[in-house]
Write a protein that binds this ligand. Structure first.
Ligand code: FPP
Ligand code: MG
Length: 348
């Protein structure tokens, strides 16, 4: 018998959380029809921005409780994991609406970005805040006394905002791409991606199991951050080389002058090649398609695809080694981390 997938479990609570969220103010809507109208708008915000996608973060919470406490993963625990999974997906929905507006992106999950769907693109900022606030509505309803979870969500949200700030300001803090270093790159992606993508879902799952003490294991943070940065390196690679039909988004990193893994590698490899560095300097960070192509040509000449594949293999092996050496004294936690790493390792 095959067991139900974590995605099916997560999706089975979608109607419940939407009902929880839209019914919060239902007793007040009859007084003003426009209040009714705006609440119905927010229902559309929910369905457009959180109902599709792979939901890696949400399903990771469910995977965590299933692996860590298979015998006590009863319906109640799975429901709690699914609710926390949706809390993270709501936060992710809020981030993506705002990120697409800031990155001038066009598509997300195979559809136009939300800020392109609303009449005034600036109103998408408010919709983003709505999704963010929903995270706390659910935490309040289902975990009213779990202060640790509130603090955790708040801290990780703030770390992500700081990371996004660093990502957005990098072109002005480092006015030449010669200054883009691996050290800077890994700082940005740890803050903007790793915490909310990998650290948060795993900690949420751990904290609601009987093995909650594992959350304080000193090696856990290092390993989950490593998995999270690997995830963002892939995202950067796919921004340039991904199949749009599979990623659902059109890359903008070259145009936006992002401190992406690819440009950092290119500048490192071109340390002694002034001519090609000049070409990158002249063409990186521009909307002109010819300039974007010029950058891609240099990437091609440098064989960055192959360099990336070598990075993938090396990183995978080094994270497995970190897990093996971590002294978790918990085979299930080791198994979980390897399972999550494997699920990321194969994604395209
Ligand atoms: C995506 O990186 C980055 C994030 C999802 C973090 C975004 C964080 C914010 C927008 C903070 C402010 C949020 C609110 C709700 C006020 P990317 O652009 O490299 O990924 P992509 O390729 O998926 O666009
Ligand atoms: Mg973006």
């Amino acid at each position: 018998m095959t067991s139900t997938s974590s995605l099916s479990i997560l999706n089975s609570y979608y109607n419940t959380i939407v009902e929880d969220l839209v019914s919060s103010y239902s007793s007040e809507i009859s007084r003003n029809i426009y209040l009714d109208k705006i609440l119905s708008h927010f229902k559309t915000v929910l369905s457009y921005n959180i109902s599709d996608g792979k939901k890696i973060r949400g399903t990771t919470v469910i995977d965590t409780v299933r692996v860590l406490s298979p015998e006590s993963a009863d319906e109640l625990l799975l429901k709690q994991a699914a609710i926390l999974g949706w809390c993270i997906e709501l936060m992710q929905g809020a981030f993506l609406i705002a990120d697409d507006l800031m990155d001038h992106s066009l598509t997300r999950r195979g559809k136009p970005c939300w800020y392109l769907k609303v009449e005034e693109k600036e109103s998408a900022v408010n919709d983003s805040f709505y999704l963010y606030s929903c995270t706390f509505t659910l935490l309040n309803k289902y975990f009213p006394t779990n202060i640790k979870l509130y603090h955790l969500f708040n801290e990780i949200f703030q770390r992500t905002v700081i990371g996004q700030g660093l990502d957005l300001e990098t072109p002005s803090y480092l006015p030449s791409i010669d200054l883009y270093t691996e050290e800077h790159y890994y700082t940005v992606v740890t803050w903007k991606t790793a915490y909310y993508t990998i650290v948060l879902p795993i900690l949420c799952g751990i904290l609601i199991t009987p093995s909650s003490f594992l959350a304080d294991h000193p090696e856990l943070k290092t390993i989950t951050i490593n998995i999270g940065t690997y995830f963002q390196v892939q995202d950067d690679y796919l921004d340039c080389y991904g199949d749009i039909n599979r990623t659902g988004k059109i890359g903008t990193d070259i145009q936006e002058r992002k401190c992406s893994w690819l440009i950092v590698q290119a500048m490192k490899l071109l340390e002694k090649n002034d001519r090609k560095r000049d070409i990158l300097r002249d063409n990186y960070g521009n909307d002109d398609q010819n300039k974007v192509q010029r950058v891609k040509d240099i990437y091609e000449e440098l064989n960055l695809k192959e360099i990336y594949q070598q990075y993938e293999e090396k990183t995978y092996k080094s994270i497995i080694q970190l897990i093996n050496q971590a002294n978790f004294n918990s085979k299930p936690l080791e198994q979980l981390l390897k399972q999550i790493l494997d699920s990321i390792h194969v994604r395209s």
